[in-house]
Design a protein. Structure first.
Length: 356
């Protein structure tokens, strides 16, 4: 899973990226500090792994992971190449989902490229540039199939029907994801506005409630996820020794860091769940799409597991959490043998049987 962080220049993308990845992306008070995208791997917080580690005492623990990409700031006119916009937009095409980071903090020492904090205007600038870039792309794709469609090619006629609907929607200023087409169809055209989106408001320690509400309303109107966090505070938390973080967060009334919430929301956004494998060698979380069947899940571990799938031995994390041993789960009759049609559930603990 790869998620791109986008927004205007100087909204705090590199600060957020650094906090997410504990990395060292350039961060300063200048537009376009980031030219080439920074990529970082972030582990998905999952307390179930801690409990399984207590039970199995494995040699190794491997959480699920997300790739975050810090994409340079977009400006008005990016779709026409302003501020290296075409280069930056091409980076967004590669990701699975978008975090649209919106500046809600006021700081005279950090230049706001649009002059002031205004979440609606800033969201609309980014949204317009993504729509215009998609429209240019669709116009080219329509040109390529129009001739074949007119010549009677059935597949081209069907494709042109979908393309025309997308093009019309984009011309009306609507993102592709809002046009009622299936994800499978939209994926064919590599559109920026078909990607799931999470709005993140970057605040200071005393944010303006009106700005927060305005951004939350915008996210709801667009069917996007939403959360707010203070990027500067998140970076400070991660600079503390791990043993000091819980007390510091408790003082602030924080149960989770904003970064943990962002990762969890990103999982929801992409309709992902985790299943688990556990034993003395390794406890591990694996990422799959909600609705996948057991053979597909097995294939995430190794393609041979899917090809030669026989069955899956499955029990729920809640059962082993309560009973504290796999033997007890088995003795209570809570370990099930599931076949090829079994739909995986979040928190399933699995052992796959296969033969190749």
């Amino acid at each position: 899973m790869e998620i791109g962080i986008v927004g205007l220049p100087n909204v705090g993308k590199s600060t957020l990226f650094n906090a997410l990845t504990s990395g060292h992306a350039a961060s300063s008070n200048y537009p376009f500090t980031t030219i080439e995208p920074n990529v970082g791997i972030v582990l998905v917080p999952d307390p179930r792994l801690t409990r399984l580690t207590e039970i199995f005492k494995p040699a190794k623990v491997t959480p699920a992971a997300v790739r975050f990409v810090d994409i340079a700031g977009l400006v008005k006119g990016a779709s026409q190449g302003e501020g290296l916009g075409n280069q930056f937009l091409s980076h967004i095409r590669e990701v699975d989902a978008i975090i649209n980071l919106v500046r809600l903090f006021k700081d005279p020492d950090v230049v706001h490229t649009m002059g002031s904090v205004d979440p609606q205007r800033d969201v609309e600038v980014i949204e317009t540039e993504l729509i215009l870039a998609d429209l240019a792309s669709m116009e080219k794709q329509v040109e390529r199939v129009e001739g074949k469609a007119k010549a009677g090619d059935k597949a081209s006629r069907e494709a042109l029907e979908a393309m025309s609907k997308i093009k019309k929607g984009l011309e009306e200023g609507k993102p592709a994801r809002s046009l009622g087409l299936s994800k499978e169809i939209l994926k064919t055209y590599s559109l920026l506005t078909s990607k799931p989106e999470l709005f993140v408001g970057n605040t200071n320690e005393n944010p303006d409630p009106k700005d927060i509400q305005a951004l939350e309303n915008l996210a709801r109107e667009r069917g996007a996820g939403y959360l707010n966090l203070c990027g500067k505070l998140e970076a400070e938390i991660l600079q503390l020794p791990p043993e000091e973080r819980p007390a510091f967060m408790a003082e602030l009334g924080m149960k989770q860091t904003g970064l943990e919430r962002a990762i969890v929301e990103a999982y929801k956004l992409l309709n992902l769940i985790s299943f688990l494998t556990a034993g003395p060698k390794e406890v591990r979380a694996w990422t799959i799409v909600r609705g996948w069947k057991a053979p597909q899940a097995a294939g995430v571990i190794h393609t041979d597991f899917e090809k030669g799938f026989i069955r899956a031995e499955v029990y729920s994390f809640s059962d082993i959490d309560r009973l504290a041993s796999e033997l007890a789960v088995r003795e209570k009759g809570l370990m099930r043998s599931e076949g090829k049609e079994y739909v995986m559930k979040d928190g399933d603990v699995c052992n796959f049987k296969f033969n190749v």
